[in-house]
Ligand binder design. Structure first.
Ligand code: AMP
Ligand code: MN
Ligand code: MN
Length: 357
């Protein structure tokens, strides 16, 4: 029922995407879920190459819906049905189905952590075939592509929005829901290190921990474990990093790249590269960091980070992607050098004026 044409009315007015959900949005979302018939098929979808927030908010919400009595429910994401090993301990994984097996015409589709329809890959058609669509997200760039949109750019993670909706629906936290939401929250706040780590984030973390989940075990599994081959791969990729102090009007750029051949030589899966940006962005001499991860010949998944002087979401949006001010990404085409050249070309304009010189 929804889709590009059906949602146009709510999208066009360059609605200040930073205002967060209105009382009407919350009420509409509640009513969609409270009025589900017992036979309704609910499809939950998160963004391609799911991270901890995508999977954690989706599965935590799915477990909450089960508690509400929803019986016919699938969770899925576009692309190969491969869950990164660090996330394979998440509760609720039994609800996951490959995208190829997802209900073709669910009664309700709920999207998690996806800023735009393009992040839903081949599952984007469900926005049209579903009886209704609900979007839960926290990207300021969200295009409000659902029939009902709960988009809160001030939320540190989509899981914050998910927990608020569960609370409104009267679903209390249990350890399963809490573990999913905790993984999501720690992933997107860099384990409570990023600017989005508000008092409310810590209060949510406290409620989640009060269910008895074990933060040490969870963090070790999700953040601090990788195969020896990945450790060596990281060494090689970090060893070829390049520092360009004059880029971004003198704020500096550091970048590196990993090819499919690198993965083969070290016998590693692509998701191990997701943690690489965290080592690169430590570079003191650069505000902006970038990792190019080859996904096919001439195609790269590009991760961008800033320490605060540059709005990298502007760079990513200009190059066809999206994200947050200080963490964004896009798909780059050509050689690594060509892609970085395009990034260089966007950086000066993306320096935040108030960040001073
Ligand atoms: P990543 O570097 O993959 O961890 O992504 C950082 C941020 O950028 C996340 O908020 C993503 O949602 C967003 N992002 C990454 N890749 C893309 C893309 N190809 N298109 C739109 N947004 C993206
Ligand atoms: Mn995400
Ligand atoms: Mn997120």
């Amino acid at each position: 029922m929804t889709g590009p044409s059906g949602t146009a009315g709510s999208v066009v007015e360059a609605a200040p995407a930073d205002s967060g959900p209105s009382a009407g949005d919350w009420a509409a979302a509640e009513s969609l879920l409270r009025n589900l018939s017992p036979e309704a098929r609910v499809l939950l979808v998160c963004h391609v190459n799911p991270d901890g927030d995508a999977l954690g908010s989706m599965l935590g919400f799915a477990l909450g819906l089960q508690r509400l009595g929803v019986r016919r429910m699938q969770a899925t994401f576009p692309g190969p049905p491969e869950v990164p090993v660090p996330l394979q301990g998440l509760p609720g994984l039994d609800l996951l189905v490959p995208a190829t097996e997802a209900y073709p015409a669910p009664d309700l589709v709920i999207c998690f952590d996806a800023a735009s329809e393009s992040r839903l890959g081949e599952l984007v058609d469900r926005l049209d075939t579903a009886g209704a669509s609900l979007v839960l997200d926290h990207h300021a760039s969200n295009t409000h592509f659902g029939e009902v949109n709960l988009v809160d750019p001030y939320a540190a993670a989509t899981s914050v929005v998910a927990e608020q909706l569960l609370t409104r629906l009267g679903v209390g936290l249990d350890a399963g829901i809490a573990e999913c939401l905790y993984v999501a929250l720690t992933t997107d706040t860099g384990s409570f290190r990023f600017e989005a780590t508000t008092p409310a984030v810590h209060q949510l973390a406290a409620r989640l921990l009060a269910t008895g989940i074990r933060p040490g075990d969870i963090s070790r599994r999700v953040f601090d474990t990788r195969p020896f081959g990945a450790v060596r791969l990281f060494g090689e990729v970090l060893g070829r990093a390049r520092l360009e102090p004059v880029a971004a009007d003198g704020r500096g750029l550091v970048w590196t790249w990993a090819t499919l051949d690198d993965l083969v030589r070290h016998d590693q899966r692509p998701y191990v590269l997701e943690a690489l940006i965290d080592s690169v962005r430590c570079t003191a001499e650069a505000d902006v960091s970038c990792v190019l991860k080859q996904t096919a010949p001439g195609e790269w998944a590009v991760s961008l980070r800033s320490k605060g002087a540059v709005d990298v979401s502007r760079v990513a949006l200009a190059l066809g992607g999206g994200g947050h001010r200080f963490a964004a990404g896009f798909t780059g085409r050509g050689t690594a050098e060509e892609v970085v050249d395009r990034i260089r070309g966007q950086l000066d304009a993306a320096v935040i004026p108030s960040a001073g010189s």
